[in-house]
Design a protein. Sequence first.
Length: 314
Amino acid sequence: MTCLTPSFDVVVVGSCMTDLVSYTERLPKPGETVRGKKFLTGFGGKGANQCIQAARLGAKTAMVCKLGNDSFGNDYVENFKTNGVSTDYLSQTEEARTGVAPIMVNDEGQNAIVIVAGANLLLNSNDLRKASKAIIHSKVVLGQLEIRPDIILEALRMAHKNGVKTVFNSAPAVADLDPEFYQVTDVFCCNESEATILTDIEVTSVEDAEMANSILLDKGCKSVITTLGAGGCVLTTQENRTPIHVPTRKVKALDTTGAGDSFVGALAFYIAQYPHLQLDEITRRASHIASMSVEAHGTQGSYVSRNNLPEDLF
Ligand SMILES: Nc1ncnc2c1ncn2[C@@H]1O[C@H](COP(=O)(O)OP(=O)(O)OP(=O)(O)O)[C@@H](O)[C@H]1O
Ligand SMILES: [K+]
């Protein structure tokens, strides 16, 4: 009998959310009912978004996550399958509904959002144990903060202990991040507001990001990337404490939703499949991929696939 050891490029331990988006002339006041003009649903959640971007670039991916045993959960399983993501380490529960994000958008483009994490918060140590072979035999383990932080930490710890590269995206921002996250992270990735909350430096420029990165490196991770939207990002590593500003492409921004997740997913893909490439070149390529997501509407719907990309990115 052959023993099949799972071998993935990228294993994501993270969240899945179904976006429920209503477009109205104006947002309702408390107790008020307004008529909507359009409604759509979308696949979201930082973990799943990042996993889908990595998969579209050609990474062999698996998603460790928890969905509800409901129609949103069933649709999400199909979405992973359509995108070639392994669902072997995903489970559906009767104890909570699939995570949702009801979103209202008014004519001015302002929004009001309620996030109900639901089943995402039930992903537990037992689920990680079932996925442990996939985790310790993968090239990259990727986590964010939309599920229980102790579970993400446990997954990163498991990967780190077994020599697997770890990428941690500290989103959404929390002020009291467990210091162990820095110890078990190879590439720590945050945006301006997360860097601000983690370092108490108001990050709005390249210079601010350079200072913030230095503080985050001192906490123990091997490298830090702070993304700055159209300003690109700043990379700093323990090996070379001189920060590198990586500008992004100048694009006509149509919809920046999901750019951060596209960047992190692409980063994980390159780290897994191009381990000998310098991190600044990896960052440059991930930035290129993310800038393309800004040129299209939606989140996962705006993520490019390898066959639509120039060969020099591979
Ligand atoms: N307007 C833009 N033009 C070009 N590239 C962009 C633009 N916005 C974002 N990007 C690309 O996406 C990367 C991540 O963007 P950003 O720093 O806005 O992440 P984020 O705040 O986590 O995004 P979001 O929360 O909207 O998903 C940037 O480093 C850049 O490469
Ligand atoms: K987009």
